[in-house]
Design a protein around this ligand. Structure first.
Ligand SMILES: Nc1nc2c(c(=O)[nH]1)N[C@H]1C(S)=C(S)[C@@H](COP(=O)(O)O)O[C@H]1N2
Ligand SMILES: [Mo]
Length: 330
C-alpha cells in the first residue's frame, strides 16, 4: 500500500507522465502555484465519511455481483502477450478524480460504490434509473482479456469481467435520431480529492458514436481478475474500448445518455489540440508532444511497437472507412 502519495510535480522525472507535465504547465499558466498546493492538500481524505455511512458500506458489500463471479472467459479475445500482474495494474492507475499521479489506489478507496445508480436517458424508448445491483443482473457477464493503450505510451493487459455495451444499447432501445452515446462519471466531489482542482471540466465525460457503442469490442466492465473491480479501476462500472487511447475508457459511470450531437469530452474540453473525440490508436500519428510508435508494457518495461487500432483493426477499422476529414487518431 502506498502511504506517501507524491504530488504530480514531485514524481521523479523518469516516472513523470505526460499528463502530469501538462498539469504542472496548467498550474503555472493559471498562476496558481500556491492554489495547487492548497488543492492538493487533500491527503488526509477520509474525513468525509460519517460513522453511519462507513457502517452502511460495511453492511452492503457487493454481494449481488460477488454471486455472479467469476464469469466464464470468452475465448474470442486473445492477447499477443502475457497478462499484467494484478498488483501492478491495481497500483498504476489514471483516475484524475483522486489525483494526477499514478498512485491513486488508496485515495480511490474513499469512493462509495454502493448504493450506486446508473441513469439511462436521452433519445431512448426505455429510459431507466437502475440500482447497479439490478442493472448487473440484467446482462450476461463474461471475462475478456484486453489490451489497454494509454495515450501516454504505456500499456497493460487485463482480464475484465463485464458485458457488451451493445447489450445495454439494445436494452435502452435508442430512437433513430440517437447518433451518439455520452457517458458521465458519477464520483461525488466530497469523496474525490482530485476534484478540488477547479480548472478541470468536471464531471469526467466521454462519448462514442452509436456504431462504436454497438461494436462487439465495446465492453462495460464490473470486475477484474475474476473479482469485483477495485475502486481505482473505476468501480462499480467502467467502459473498456481497447482500440482507443485509454482516456476514452471512462470510469465509475453513473449516466449513459443517447444524444444527437457529438458530446463534449473531458480531455477534449481541456486540450482539444492534443486529445480529440475519436482517439483511435495509431502508431503513425504522433501526439503533438511525443511519438506513439512504441509503448512501454507495464511490469516488464519492454518497449514494443504499437499497432493500428491497438491490434483490433479486424473488429473496428470498418467503422471509419467512410469518415473523411476527421482527426481519427488523436
Ligand atoms: N472518470 C475517469 N475515467 C478515466 C480516467 C480519469 O481520470 N477519470 N482516466 C482515463 C485514462 S487516461 C486511462 S489510461 C484509464 C486508466 O485505467 P486504469 O487505471 O484502470 O488502468 O482510465 C481512463 N478513465
Ligand atoms: Mo491514459
Amino acid at each position: 500500500m502506498s502511504v506517501f502519495r507524491r504530488r504530480g510535480w514531485e514524481i521523479p522525472e523518469r516516472r513523470a507522465t505526460a499528463e502530469s507535465v501538462f498539469f504542472r504547465r496548467r498550474a503555472l499558466l493559471a498562476g496558481l502555484g500556491a492554489g495547487v498546493v492548497g488543492a492538493a492538500a487533500y491527503y488526509a481524505f477520509g474525513d468525509g465519511m460519517s460513522p453511519a455511512a462507513a457502517q452502511a458500506q460495511d453492511q452492503a458489500p457487493d454481494a449481488v455481483l460477488a454471486g455472479l463471479l467469476p464469469a466464464k472467459r470468452n475465448e474470442t479475445f486473445k492477447l499477443d502477450r502475457g497478462l499484467t500482474p494484478e498488483k501492478i495494474n491495481g497500483n498504476y492507475n489514471n483516475f484524475y478524480e483522486f489525483g494526477t499521479s499514478k498512485y491513486v489506489a488508496s485515495a480511490a478507496q474513499g469512493l462509495k460504490t454502493r448504493p450506486w445508480t446508473v441513469k439511462i436517458d436521452g433519445l431512448v424508448n426505455n429510459p431507466a434509473e437502475l440500482d447497479f445491483d439490478d442493472l448487473v443482473k440484467k446482462f450476461a457477464l463474461e471475462e475478456r482479456l484486453y489490451r489497454h493503450r494509454c495515450v501516454e505510451a504505456w500499456s497493460m493487459t487485463i482480464p475484465w469481467t463485464g458485458f457488451a455495451l451493445a447489450d445495454l444499447v439494445k436494452f435502452a432501445d435508442p430512437k433513430a435520431e440517437a447518433t451518439y452515446v455520452r457517458f458521465e462519471t458519477g464520483v461525488p466531489k466530497a469523496e474525490a480529492p482530485g476534484m478540488r482542482v477547479s480548472w478541470y471540466p468536471w464531471p469526467y465525460t466521454e462519448g462514442l458514436t452509436i456504431a462504436e457503442a454497438k461494436n462487439e469490442l465495446a465492453f462495460l466492465a464490473v470486475g477484474t481478475y475474476g473479482k469485483i473491480m477495485p475502486n481505482q479501476h473505476g468501480a462499480p462500472i467502467r467502459l473498456a474500448v481497447p482500440w482507443k487511447y485509454g482516456f476514452k475508457s471512462i470510469k465509475s459511470i453513473s449516466r449513459i445518455s443517447f444524444v444527437d450531437k457529438r458530446p463534449d469530452t473531458f480531455w477534449e474540453a481541456l486540450q482539444s489540440s492534443e486529445y480529440g473525440f475519436w482517439a483511435n490508436v495509431n502508431p503513425e500519428v504522433p501526439h503533438p508532444r511525443w511519438s506513439q510508435a512504441y509503448e512501454r508494457v507495464l511490469d516488464t518495461g519492454a518497449q514494443v511497437p504499437t499497432q493500428i487500432y491497438n491490434g483490433y483493426g479486424d473488429y473496428v477499422a470498418g467503422l471509419y472507412k467512410d469518415i473523411k476529414g476527421e482527426a481519427l487518431f488523436m
